[in-house]
Design a protein around this ligand. Structure first.
Ligand code: FRU
Length: 493
């Protein structure tokens, strides 16, 4: 028997998934339920539903031979689990079915394109990992690998392109033709994003290099996505080995959004604006889908490679996805807001207006660990303006996660030092925000996570927290005087 067999993965899922307790799950964020998950893959519309696959190792909570797990949804909030879709069981993908995309074919099949990984041990003992792009087609549940795999290999690469770092194709259809972008490591040792085209989604031709890192933003660029949005072109990618740049980019595995104009004569993105996608500790490898009603919705792996050794004991799985976010462009920036469908799951509205905060304040009815809460804060112009304003969530006597605004340098600091981690990891993140007359912070809590959206989506920041669910209190505090409005809903899914 092969080391990794699809049937074996499905049998394993059938045995263990039904035993997953509701208390071990977030309510509306995707988790693997068993094993390990990382990047979202194949985010696509198929037969009127949204499918999402993910990098997946069913048998343990650490990264290992990559399979593709599978879920689908009609509204991005309630997800239906489907059987494991791909296992690394062929000679060309025996060491992993890495990230990729999916598209619906005109003949009604669902096509997956992913990176097949094959390790070869050299005579000096070094293992090299060869990466090619491979296809599987199916009916939304069962997928068959294409007999002529791989469909894109190193021979198609531009001069100097690496056959070892050549991964994560994201496919789309446009005017009856198929396109994909894929990450590659160029001759200068850093990332480049390559564009390919195809008439039928099986036979591919290299077109151009859409964008290059030139060792400016990290090294290898992983998991690219490329699309038109509000009259601009957007390239999203996840750089490895980023050095910090002020408070904009944190070191390590980071996220990058390049907004520009696509010059169709040379098939190159003319860069206009560059910024981070998410300012939290846990967000990577994001991917988008164009919805049936024309929105662009993005989802990310809500985790960090740097902290994935930090596990909650007794939880039978590791990793979760972010809440899907609607994208738009405003003032040259990528705007992200939770998908509007989340509003269908709001219940018990609690609202407050013009509350004066100058020391620790709890508001009746404002608490919970499954909440959607928007806090709008203004400095008092009668009393002393605030030097900082702080929201504390997931709080009890010992534990707390704080979100603090400091107007002096206009930053937000999220501190999860007391959020259930017995690990010395990155617990504090500061990021700069833009000035407005008032500051609006939307907070989504779903048991194991905190996501915040600042000023109607100008910035987003995602954090994993492991705080016990009983820590559900919320409070507000200020040094000086802050005036706040609060609108809070419970989320019941
Ligand atoms: C990004 C990534 C991808 C790769 C996958 C492997 O997180 O490294 O580049 O395809 O994970 O699981």
């Amino acid at each position: 028997m092969k080391k990794n067999d699809l049937q074996k993965a499905r049998t394993f899922e059938n045995k263990y998934l039904p035993h997953l307790s509701e208390d071990d799950k977030p309510r509306f964020h995707i988790v693997g339920g068993v094993g390990w998950i990382n990047d979202p893959n194949g985010f696509s519309v198929y037969k009127g539903e949204y499918h999402l696959f993910f990098q997946y190792y069913p048998y343990g909570v650490n990264w290992n031979d990559m399979h593709w797990g599978h879920v689908k949804t009609k509204d991005f909030i309630r997800w239906e689990r489907l059987p494991c879709a791909l296992a690394p069981d062929q000679s060309y993908d025996k060491d992993g079915c890495f990230s990729g995309g999916a598209v619906e074919l005109p003949d009604g099949r669902h096509l997956i394109i992913y990176t097949g990984v094959k390790n070869i041990r050299r005579s000096n003992g070094v293992v090299e990992s060869y990466q090619t792009q491979c296809i599987a087609t199916g009916d939304g549940v069962n997928y068959t690998k294409y007999e002529n795999n791989p469909v894109i290999d190193a021979q198609t690469l531009p001069e100097g392109g690496s056959e070892l770092d050549f991964r994560d194709p994201k496919i789309w259809e446009e005017d009856g033709k198929f396109y994909l972008v894929v990450g590659n490591r160029a001759a200068d040792g850093s990332g480049s994003i390559l564009l390919y085209e195809s008439e039928n989604a099986f036979d591919w031709k290299y077109v151009s290099t859409v964008a290059s890192c030139h060792n400016q933003f990290g090294s290898m660029w992983e998991c690219p996505d490329f699309f038109e949005l509000d009259g601009k072109h957007v390239l999203l990618t996840s750089p490895q080995d980023m050095y910090s740049m002020g408070l904009e980019f944190h070191p390590g595995h980071s996220t990058l959004c390049i907004i520009g104009d696509f010059d169709r004569n040379i098939n190159h993105l003319i860069r206009k604006n560059v910024h981070a996608v998410d300012y939290g500790t846990d967000f990577y490898a994001m991917q988008t889908v164009k919805t049936l009603d024309g929105r662009r919705v993005m989802i990310g792996w809500m985790q960090s490679w740097e902290t994935c050794g930090c596990k909650l004991k007794n939880l039978p799985y590791f990793g979760q996805m972010s809440l899907p976010r609607e994208l738009s462009i405003r003032d040259g920036r990528l705007i992200q807001n939770p998908v509007r469908e989340i509003e269908n799951y709001r219940s018990v509205k609690v609202g407050y207006h013009n509350i004066v905060i100058s020391d620790e304040t709890h508001l009746q009815g404002v608490s919970g660990r499954f909440i959607d809460m928007t806090v709008t804060v203004r400095s008092s112009n009668v009393n002393k303006p605030y030097r900082y304003f702080k929201i504390s969530v997931a709080k009890d006597g010992e534990r707390v996660t704080t979100i603090r605004h400091k107007p002096e340098n206009n930053t937000i600091r999220v501190d999860r030092s007391c959020s259930g981690f017995p690990h010395d990891i990155v617990n504090v993140r500061d990021f700069p925000i833009f000035s407005h007359d008032e500051l609006k912070i939307r907070i989504i809590l779903d048991r194991f996570s905190l996501e915040i959206f600042v000023n109607d989506g100008e910035q987003a920041a995602s954090f994993v927290i492991y705080t016990p669910i009983t820590a559900d209190s919320v409070s507000f505090n200020a040094d000086g005087t802050a005036i706040i409005d609060v609108e809070k809903y419970d989320l019941v899914v």
